[in-house]
Design a protein around this ligand. Structure first.
Ligand code: GDP
Ligand code: MG
Length: 162
């Protein structure tokens, strides 16, 4: 079985940009994947020498109505299906209450989490990472999904051991 990684985080942090970058050259959708739904997008990727399945989700930590709450339920279902989670935060927005809420939910589930700070192009790496240590999820890895910086090593860090 290929390992499954879920991409989670607040809306607009760059989850779909990362998903598209990693799955672009692959068959975009995993049609026969069990549990496939429209609200969780599945894609195959190859990173380094590892094949994996990625799940893009609609966003967590910001629901303000029932529809959004339903999308959040879908995202948590993706987390429950996954072998590991890439928790994406926005290095330009900085740490937010929504990020804290996502971190709490991830900790409750006990899933392995790799904390990844996106939109890091042109930002000082250590200073950008620094405030996200407060999430208590280990070392934040700074990437740019849009520019492809740091993406491979961040995904490799999130994969379970072979
Ligand atoms: P999602 O809601 O988490 O799926 O976020 P999207 O992938 O739709 O991206 C939200 C916005 O952030 C879009 O305008 C993207 O172009 C932008 N974005 C994504 N990745 C980066 C990045 O690495 N750097 C910058 N500067 N913007 C990015
Ligand atoms: Mg998206």
């Amino acid at each position: 079985m290929k390992p499954i990684l879920a991409l989670v985080g607040r809306p607009n942090v760059g989850k779909s940009t990362l998903f598209n970058r990693l799955t672009r050259s692959r068959d975009a959708l995993v049609a026969d994947f069990p549990g496939l739904t429209r609200d969780r997008q599945y894609g195959e990727a190859r990173v380094g020498d590892r094949d994996l399945v990625l799940i893009d989700t609609g966003g967590l930590g910001a629901a303000s109505d029932d529809v959004e709450a339903g999308m959040e339920d879908q995202a948590w279902q993706a987390v429950d299906e996954a072998d590991g989670v890439i928790f994406l935060v926005d290095g330009r927005d900085g740490l937010s209450a929504g990020d804290q809420a996502v971190a709490t939910g991830l900790r409750e589930r006990g899933v392995p989490v790799t904390l990844v700070v996106n939109k890091g192009e042109g930002l000082p790496r250590e200073a950008t990472a620094a405030e996200f240590y407060a999430l208590g999820l280990g070392e934040p890895r700074v990437i740019s999904a849009a520019h492809g910086q740091g993406v491979v090593s961040a995904v490799e860090a999130a994969l379970p051991p072979e």
